[in-house]
Design a binder for this molecule. Structure first.
Ligand SMILES: Cc1cc2nc3c(=O)[nH]c(=O)nc-3n(C[C@H](O)[C@H](O)[C@H](O)COP(=O)(O)OP(=O)(O)OC[C@H]3O[C@@H](n4cnc5c(N)ncnc54)[C@H](O)[C@@H]3O)c2cc1C
Length: 431
């Protein structure tokens, strides 16, 4: 295919524009795709619905942007479960190490926290976005904001990409419109429609990495209480269904990374509805049960005249201590020194295996990522190109791929974006 000599041939009179590669969506995947696509004599245009690029990127990691994880490619592949193999090639194209180097080389050093999460050293998501935007600008990519794509169609020699202002004729098309959560950031699911129109199957989107809703009402009394390191497992189930890390009690259940990771592991079951899933939370995973029993006995003896929940408050947050005391059936006035052995055993059990029953999750709109999306079996993992429609590529959360909390999902966007961009450019150049 011949490459345009003039990178921006445009017909201003009828508001039509030609470009070699058109990227829909200026999130992390779309921006990296555009950066990856840049090469000599290839024009790249990004169409973004919002007034500015990367709105979701700005809210990542609570505004700090957990941009990747300090893990090997093999560990990444394992973390993505069934989708891991699909990602391997893209992870080699832009590895976790390479993305840190990418930002470092552009003046943004990163730092690894004790749990392996990687953040910009100054902890500011806008700095990450600024680097991506600068790179796009420096590379001569045309970024058109306030350009919501309404329709895509095949035409001679490529695609017709329609916005309210113009029709963009593109030889290659990269769709990077994100999933279906946090709609206010621009990810409204349009890409699924475009993929379907071009012949692709879309796996029903569902919430992943989202707070859990429980049948127990008591978490609501503890809303806002958090614990930094717990272990959640399915009651009586396999060892694989386990998540660890921080939790926070919410009005109707449980949030925080460990709960969100569990929501991802249970996503398919929970999306079916009608299930009640029994979980057990180890509130003190670093202490063995026998050791904790001794600690409890010492605690009760040392605080013999205090109320039980006050004695417990040395082990867990005060409000949680009070709830545990009630769940153990212990009277509020009972002095710690007088609790019965069975009550102490009940407290011990609650600390090591607090039971909660999950009935569902908060809605998809509130999820950190979307599970489901463009069926990855119809995408070539070596290029991110469509197996069904020549010249079409996909990148980012739009694809049926989701990873755990901890920077895995942004890394997936950077990797699939880079691969899609580079592969589209290579294809166009006939390489
Ligand atoms: C609160 C929150 C915190 C998160 N924190 C982290 C974190 O710390 N680490 C991590 O790894 N992941 C995190 N994630 C997940 C991560 O942000 C997403 O997986 C990632 O942003 C997806 O990137 P994307 O480029 O595929 O899609 P998006 O970031 O959703 O970008 C898609 C872009 O496409 C545009 N678009 C959509 N439709 C159209 C259209 N028709 N025409 C033109 N443009 C269109 C949208 O406006 C948007 O700008 C977080 C998510 C949320 C919601």
């Amino acid at each position: 295919m011949e490459i345009a000599a003039d990178p921006w041939p445009a017909d201003e009179s009828n508001h039509n524009m030609k470009t070699d590669i058109c990227v829909i969506g200026a999130g992390p995947a779309g921006l990296m795709a555009a950066i990856g696509a840049v090469s000599e004599r290839i024009s790249v245009t990004v169409l973004e619905a919002n007034r500015a690029a990367g709105r979701k990127l700005l809210v990542t990691g609570g505004g700090r942007c957990n941009l990747t994880h300090d893990a090997t490619i093999d560990e990444f592949v394992r973390a993505f479960g069934d989708a891991g193999r699909f990602l391997r090639h893209s992870l080699h194209e832009m590895s976790p190490e390479a993305i840190r180097t990418f930002f470092h080389d552009r003046g943004l050093p990163t730092t690894v926290e004790s749990d392996g999460c990687v953040f910009p050293a100054k902890g500011r998501a806008p700095d990450v976005l600024r680097i991506l935007q600068n790179e796009v600008e420096r590379s001569g990519v045309r970024l058109l904001c306030e350009s919501p794509v309404t329709d895509v169609a095949l035409q001679d020699d490529g695609f017709a990409v329609t916005t309210p202002a113009q029709v963009v004729a593109a030889k290659r098309l990269i769709v990077a419109t994100g999933g279906l959560s946090w709609l206010g950031t621009g990810s409204t699911g349009d890409g699924y429609r475009f993929a379907s129109a071009l012949g692709h199957a879309v796996i029903a989107p569902k919430a992943a990495l989202v707070p859990l809703v429980t049948s127990e009402k008591w978490p609501g009394d503890l809303a806002g209480v958090s614990l930094s390191d717990v272990r959640i497992r399915l009651a009586g189930a396999s060892r694989r269904t386990v998540s660890s890390g921080a939790i926070v009690f919410t009005q109707d259940g449980l949030g925080g990374p460990a709960a969100q990771d569990m929501s991802r592991l249970l996503a398919d079951e929970l999306a079916d509805g009608g299930h009640i899933i029994a979980l057990q939370i180890d509130l003190m995973p670093s202490v063995q049960e026998a050791e904790l029993d001794q600690q409890l006995q010492q605690q009760m003896a040392a605080s013999a005249k205090k109320a039980v929940s006050n004695a417990l408050a040395d082990l867990v947050p005060r409000r949680l201590a009070s709830t545990l005391r009630k769940l153990a059936g212990c009277d509020g006035d009972t002095p710690a020194g007088q609790i019965r052995k069975e009550t102490r055993r009940a407290l011990l059990k609650l600390l090591k295996a607090l039971p909660l029953h999950v009935t569902g999750t908060r809605p998809l709109a509130e999820a950190t990522v979307t599970r489901g999306g463009v069926d990855r079996r119809q995408i070539d993992p070596k290029t991110m190109g469509s197996k069904l429609c020549a010249g079409l590529f996909f990148a980012g959360e739009l694809i049926d791929v989701d990873g755990p909390c901890g920077g895995y999902n942004l890394q997936m966007c950077f990797s699939t974006g880079t691969l899609a961009g580079r592969a589209a450019a290579r294809q166009l150049a006939g390489l």
